[in-house]
Ligand binder design. Structure first.
Ligand SMILES: [Zn+2]
Length: 184
């Protein structure tokens, strides 16, 4: 009898959760290939090691899952040709060709580069489930993805500018890294 009661309780609870979710999660993108909890990343460092490598703003976002103030980062309004790399491990994450003005105050893209990001369900906000986006290689938190973006994907990858490093195309084009440095 106890088991039956427990099963009924679980069924009831999940029913309530599903009904609530339908109304509240219109902007939630299902994380189909979401990382499992405790997943190991290719680049793993201790908090102290990360602190030495990152600025306080980068650490706050990448390692503490922080969010920068809207309209605060210059990348929000940057539309030069180039690639946005992870500020933690330099992995190329987004191309400027998929960047657009979402008017949210955060740099926004409609698609990441191939094999650049991972996702996880994020339930840290009360009554709202979001899809968290992080660097595939170092696990650094980058932002979230929502389903109110432009075509062709209709997705909005809402990123923190401080979690990324912009590399302009003109520096990439040079064959000689030293001459590229001089130009910068
Ligand atoms: Zn990274």
């Amino acid at each position: 009898m106890r088991d039956t009661t427990r099963r009924q309780f679980i069924a009831l609870s999940s029913g309530i959760a599903t009904a609530g979710s339908a109304a509240l999660l219109l902007r939630h993108v299902p994380a189909a290939a979401a990382d499992k909890p405790g997943k190991k990343f290719e680049i793993e460092r201790t908090p102290d090691e990360w602190r030495k490598l990152l600025t306080p703003a980068q650490y706050y976002i990448l390692r503490d899952h922080g969010t920068e103030r809207a309209f605060s980062h210059p990348y929000d309004k940057l539309y030069e040709a180039g690639v946005y790399n992870c500020a933690g491990c330099d992995l190329p994450l987004y191309s400027s060709t998929t960047k657009y003005d979402s008017r949210t105050g955060w740099p926004s893209f409609w698609k990441p580069l191939d094999n650049a990001i991972g996702t996880r369900e994020d339930r840290t906000l009360w009554l709202m489930v979001r899809t968290e986006v992080h660097c595939r290689r170092c696990g650094g938190h980058l932002g979230h993805v929502f389903d109110d973006g432009p075509p062709p994907t209709r997705l909005r990858y809402c990123m923190n500018g401080a979690a990324m490093k912009f590399v302009p195309t003109r520096a990439d084009a040079s064959q000689d890294p030293k001459s590229a440095e001089k130009k910068l």
